[in-house]
Write a protein that binds this ligand. Structure first.
Ligand code: ADP
Ligand code: MG
Length: 718
C-alpha cells in the first residue's frame, strides 16, 4: 500500500491551495462556524469551499452539499463534526482524493476503547486512499506565516495574526490556543503552530521535520506528552542541531515516581523520565517548565541564535528590584556581569561612582530625567565585554511611559532593525500603569514579561544550552572482545546472573574486577583466603539472594583464618534466618579492595531510547545520594567526563582535601559497561532487555575496581 509521504502531506497541510470546511456554519458558537470565519478573517489566500447540506453560501463563501460536488478536489479538508459522523466524512474525503484531513472532533482513543477502534478505522480508511490525517482530538493548524488558519480556537477571534519566527507543535490543543492568546498579548508570535491531538496518523515529529526545513521558522518549540517514535525524535533533534535551529520543549510527566529497586538500582534511578531528560540534553533539546518561558526564550534565540548566556547585567529604576533580580540570577546558576573599568567610568557620568556597577539602579542617577539617560546606560552596559545579556526590571518611575521604548531604541543593532545588539529581557513588575510602556515595546516588535521569575527562567534555560557538548563519536576500546555488535555467542543469554557470573562478563569487556573464588565449606574458605592473601571479604553466593548485605551475607575486613571461619558461620546463620528459602551455593571469598568512594555504574535497555548507562555515587548509599548521570550507550569518554563534572562528587576527581580519585579508570569503566550494554541491546535477532548493576565500583586514588555486580537479561518486549 503506498501512502503519501508525510513530508509532502505536511507541506500541503501547512500551505494548502484549497480547503474544504466540513460542517461549516455561520454560527460563531459552533466549531464549524469559527473554522470558516477564522480562515476568512485572517486572510487565507486559497480557495475555500464550505460543505453544508442546506446552504448555498455561508459568510459569502460558496457552499456545497457534499465534498463529492466541490468544483475542485480540496487539498485539505477540516472537520469539527459530531463523532458518529466522522467516519463517513473521512470515507468521502478519501474517495474524493483529498491530500490530508484535519479531524478536530474528540472522543476517539482519548475517550475509551470504542473510540480507539473508530480511530484505527479512520486511519486505515485514509491510508488505503493515500490520504493523511491530523488529529483527531486536536485544534488544527495556525500558520501566520502562510495566513492559513485551520483552527476553531476562540483565541483567534481577536483581530490580527502577528508573524514570528517560532514554530510550535503541541500535543495539547487547548494549550496551543491559550499560549497563542497570551503570547500575542506580550509580543510573542509564531511562524506556525500545530496541534497534533491523538497523533493517530501524522505526529509531532512529522511537523517538527517540516519546521526544520522551513525558512520562516528560526526556532522550534514543542509541547510533548508522549513520543510516538522516540528514536525518530532523537534523529530529528540531531538534524535540527545540524540545521542550526534550536529546539525547545516542555514535557509533562516530570514527577514520575521512581520504580522500586526490585532487581537493580539502575532501574529505579534511571527511570523513563530521567532517560528522556538525558537524551534531550545529549541532543541539545532544551527542556523548560512553562510554555510561556519556552516561547519567550525561542523568540530571543531567534534574534541571537549563537549567543551563549551566563553573565547578566541588571538595571532597574528601583534599587530594591535590582537587588532582588541580582539574587534571583545568582541562585539560578547565572552570574552577575562584572563591568570593566571603561564601563564603570562611562556610567559614572550618570551615577555616583559607588553605584556605577552591576546592578544599575537607574533611579539613583545624579543627572535629571533627560530622555537618553536610561537608554544610554543600557547602551554602555550592552557594550561591556563581560555582559552576555541584559535584564531590565521595570518598576514605577516618572518616565515609565517611555523608558522601555527608549532602551529598545538605544539598543537597536541598526536603525532599520529593532533587533537589539545584545539579548535583553524586559520585565514589567508594574500593573496597568505600564500599559503605555508595554504598547511601546509591542510597536517595536519586542516582547516583555510580567514576572521577574519568568525572565530568570528564560535566562537560566538559555544558560543551560551553553553546556551542551558536540555529539560524541564513541570508539570501542581496542581490547573489548566483540568487533561486531550482535555476535550472540559472546554475550550472556537470557537469565539472572549473580556476582560471580556477572564479573566474568565484565572481565571480558575489560572492566577491572577483584579476584574471587567460591568456597563450599569453612576449610575451603580458609584455603582460598590463604592463596588470595589477607584481608579478604566473604559473601553469600545464592541465586535467591539479590541484595546480599540486606540478609547479613557480606563480611569485610577479615584478616585471619579465625576471622574467616567466624565470618563463614555468621553469614550462614544470618542467611538461614533472613532468607530461609534461599539455597546457598557457597561463599565467595574475595580480595578486599578499599576505595575512597563507592560508585554505581549501571546499564539498562530503555524501551524508548535503547541502551543507556547510569553512574554516580553508589555502594550502600545508593538510595540516599540521588545525583546520577545518564548517557546513551555506547558512550563517548568526553561525554562521560562532562556528565561527571555535573555531579556533586566531581571535586573528588579534581582534588578535594588531598583526595584525587582515578578519573581515567572510572571513565574507562563506564565506557566499557556502555559497550556491553550496546552489544546486549543489539544482540541478534531482536536485541535483549537487561538490567546491570556494578555496585560498588570501588574508586581509589589511582585505580578502581568492581567488587559487586548483577545482571538480568530477558527478551525484549517491544
Ligand atoms: P550487596 O550489594 O549485594 O549487598 P556487596 O557485594 O555490594 O553486596 O557488598 C556490600 C558492601 O560491602 C559494598 O558496598 C562494599 O562497601 C563492601 N564490599 C563488598 N565487597 C568488597 C570488596 N571486595 N572489597 C571491599 N569492600 C567490599
Ligand atoms: Mg552491591
Amino acid at each position: 500500500m503506498s501512502t503519501v509521504v508525510p513530508e509532502r502531506a505536511v507541506q500541503t497541510l501547512m500551505n494548502p491551495a484549497s480547503v474544504a470546511v466540513i460542517g461549516a456554519s455561520e454560527d460563531q458558537h459552533k466549531y464549524g462556524g469559527r473554522l470558516l470565519k477564522m480562515l476568512l478573517s485572517h486572510g487565507y489566500r486559497g480557495h475555500i469551499m464550505a460543505i453544508n447540506p442546506v446552504r448555498e453560501t455561508l459568510l459569502g463563501v460558496s457552499a456545497y452539499p457534499h465534498i463529492d460536488v466541490t468544483p475542485v478536489v480540496p487539498d485539505v479538508a477540516v472537520m469539527a463534526i459530531p463523532q458518529p459522523k466522522v467516519r463517513e466524512a473521512i470515507e468521502a474525503c478519501a474517495a474524493r482524493g483529498v491530500t490530508a484531513a484535519i479531524v478536530i472532533t474528540a472522543r476517539f482513543s482519548d475517550g475509551g476503547a470504542e473510540g480507539a477502534v473508530l480511530e484505527r478505522d479512520i486511519v486505515s480508511i485514509a491510508r488505503s486512499a493515500n490520504m493523511r490525517l491530523v488529529g483527531p482530538n486536536c485544534l488544527g493548524i495556525i500558520s501566520p506565516a502562510h495566513r492559513v488558519v485551520l483552527c476553531p480556537s476562540t483565541a483567534l477571534v481577536a483581530e490580527g495574526l502577528p508573524v514570528g519566527r517560532v514554530g510550535f507543535v503541541s500535543q495539547s490543543g487547548a494549550l496551543m490556543g491559550t499560549i497563542f492568546d497570551k503570547a500575542k498579548e506580550i509580543g510573542l508570535a509564531f511562524s506556525h503552530a500545530i496541534s497534533v491531538g491523538n497523533q493517530a496518523d501524522l505526529e509531532l515529529c512529522d511537523f517538527v521535520e517540516y519546521l526544520i526545513g522551513d525558512p520562516a521558522t528560526a526556532v522550534i518549540c514543542t509541547y510533548i506528552e508522549g513520543l510516538k517514535d522516540p528514536r525518530r525524535f532523537a534523529e530529528l533533534a540531531a538534524r535540527a542541531r545540524e540545521a542550526g535551529k534550536p529546539w525547545l520543549a516542555v514535557s509533562s510527566g516530570r514527577t514520575q515516581a521512581g520504580a522500586q529497586a526490585a532487581f537493580s538500582h539502575t532501574a529505579s534511578v534511571a527511570g523513563d523520565r530521567a532517560v528522556f531528560e538525558a537524551v534531550c540534553r545529549e541532543e541539545h533539546v532544551t527542556l523548560l517548565d512553562s510554555p510561556l518561558t519556552m516561547i519567550a526564550l525561542a523568540t530571543s534565540l531567534a534574534d541571537h541564535p549563537a549567543t551563549q548566556v551566563s553573565r547578566i547585567a541588571v538595571f532597574s529604576p528601583s534599587g530594591g528590584e535590582a537587588a532582588i533580580a541580582a539574587d534571583e540570577i545568582e541562585s539560578a546558576g547565572l552570574r552577575m556581569a562584572v563591568f570593566s573599568d571603561a564601563t564603570r567610568t562611562k556610567l559614572a557620568d550618570y551615577y555616583p561612582p559607588s553605584q556605577a556597577a552591576n546592578p544599575v539602579d537607574t533611579g539613583g542617577r545624579t543627572v535629571g530625567d533627560g530622555p537618553d539617560v536610561v537608554g544610554e546606560s543600557a547602551r554602555i552596559v550592552a557594550d561591556d565585554p563581560d555582559t552576555d545579556a541584559l535584564l531590565f526590571a521595570i518598576t514605577t518611575t516618572p518616565t515609565l511611559h517611555r523608558v522601555a521604548s527608549d532602551v529598545a531604541d538605544a539598543l537597536r543593532r541598526d536603525p532599520a532593525s529593532p533587533t537589539p545588539r545584545k539579548p535583553i529581557l524586559y520585565v514589567f513588575e508594574t500593573g496597568r500603569l505600564a500599559d503605555t510602556a508595554r504598547r511601546g515595546l509591542l510597536e517595536r516588535g519586542r516582547y516583555f514579561l510580567n514576572n521577574l521569575r519568568e525572565a530568570v527562567d528564560v535566562l537560566a534555560a538559555w544558560h543551560s544550552r551553553g553546556s551542551y557538548l558536540p555529539p560524541g563519536r564513541p570508539v570501542r576500546p581496542a581490547d573489548c572482545p566483540l568487533t561486531a555488535a550482535g555476535c550472540a555467542a559472546h554475550l550472556p543469554g537470557k537469565g539472572t546472573y549473580g556476582e560471580g557470573a556477572t564479573r566474568e562478563w565484565l572481565g571480558r569487556y575489560g572492566v577491572r574486577t577483584n579476584e574471587e573464588r567460591l568456597a563450599r565449606d569453612e576449610d575451603e574458605a580458609v584455603a582460598i583466603a590463604g592463596e588470595l592473601g589477607y584481608p579478604v571479604v566473604l559473601k553469600v553466593a545464592s541465586a535467591g539472594i539479590v541484595h546480599k548485605s540486606d540478609v547479613g551475607g557480606v563480611k569485610v575486613d577479615l584478616y585471619s583464618d579465625a576471622m574467616v571461619r567466624d565470618a563463614y558461620r555468621r553469614i550462614v546463620t544470618n542467611v538461614r534466618e533472613h532468607a530461609p528459602a534461599a539455597v546457598i551455593d557457597g561463599l565467595s571469598v574475595q580480595t578486599q579492595f578499599k576505595g575512597r568512594l563507592e560508585m554505581i555504574v549501571g546499564a539498562r535497555c530503555d524501551a524508548a531510547f535503547g541502551p543507556i548507562v547510569v553512574f554516580g555515587a553508589g555502594g550502600v548509599l545508593v538510595d540516599i545520594l540521588a545525583a546520577r548521570a545518564i548517557a546513551r550507550a555506547p558512550a563517548d569518554p568526553d561525554h562521560v567526563i562532562a556528565l561527571l563534572r555535573r555531579l556533586p562528587l566531581w571535586p573528588l576527581f579534581e582534588g578535594y582535601r588531598g583526595v584525587r580519585l582515578d578519573l581515567a579508570g572510572v571513565v574507562d569503566t563506564v565506557v566499557r559497561v556502555s559497550w556491553l550494554a550496546a552489544d546486549l541491546a543489539a544482540r541478534q535477532p531482536a536485541g535483549l532487555d537487561f538490567e546491570l548493576d556494578v555496585n560498588p565500583l570501588m574508586v581509589a586514588d589511582d585505580t578502581c575496581c568492581a567488587v559487586d555486580a548483577r545482571l538480568r537479561v530477558a527478551a525484549r518486549s517491544d
